[in-house]
Design a protein around this ligand. Structure first.
Ligand code: CO
Length: 133
């Protein structure tokens, strides 16, 4: 079951530069920051109420976020829905013939995550996440 919007992912050219706005100007708290080799990004999560903003800087131009920046420039990259069981959720979507990027969950900054194919969700890249306590 989808519970809420966990975070909104924003593609940026320079993570430190983007933190000057989101952290320093807006005053949002950075609660996680790491390099996720698997996704080819250097990322930060900032708390905003019960949701989060995820800033994503590509590690290389040929990574998925690098290609996104090349095509579309900085901006909204994906929306992440929180679910208590990302594994079961992906299985359920597979049964409903929903096109997926990830067939099984993998470790992301927000916990165990999986991406749907954007053609499934009318042009918006959707991520599902189950936070790890
Ligand atoms: Co995300």
């Amino acid at each position: 079951m989808i519970e809420k919007i966990h975070h909104i992912g924003i593609a940026v050219h320079d993570l430190e530069q983007s933190l000057k706005f989101y952290r320093d100007t807006l005053g949002l708290h950075v609660h996680a920051q790491d390099t996720v080799q698997d996704q080819g990004v250097s990322a930060a999560l900032l708390t905003i109420g019960t949701s989060e903003i995820e800033l994503l800087q590509p590690l290389s131009p040929d990574s998925p976020v690098g290609k996104f920046l090349e095509r579309k420039g900085e901006g909204l990259h994906h929306i992440c829905f929180q679910t208590s069981d990302v594994d079961a959720e992906l299985d359920e979507l597979k049964r409903k013939d929903v096109p997926l990027v990830d067939q099984t969950p993998r470790k992301g900054l927000a916990g165990m995550i999986g991406f749907l194919h954007p053609k499934a969700s009318h042009g918006v890249l959707v991520e599902l996440a189950t936070p790890i306590e």
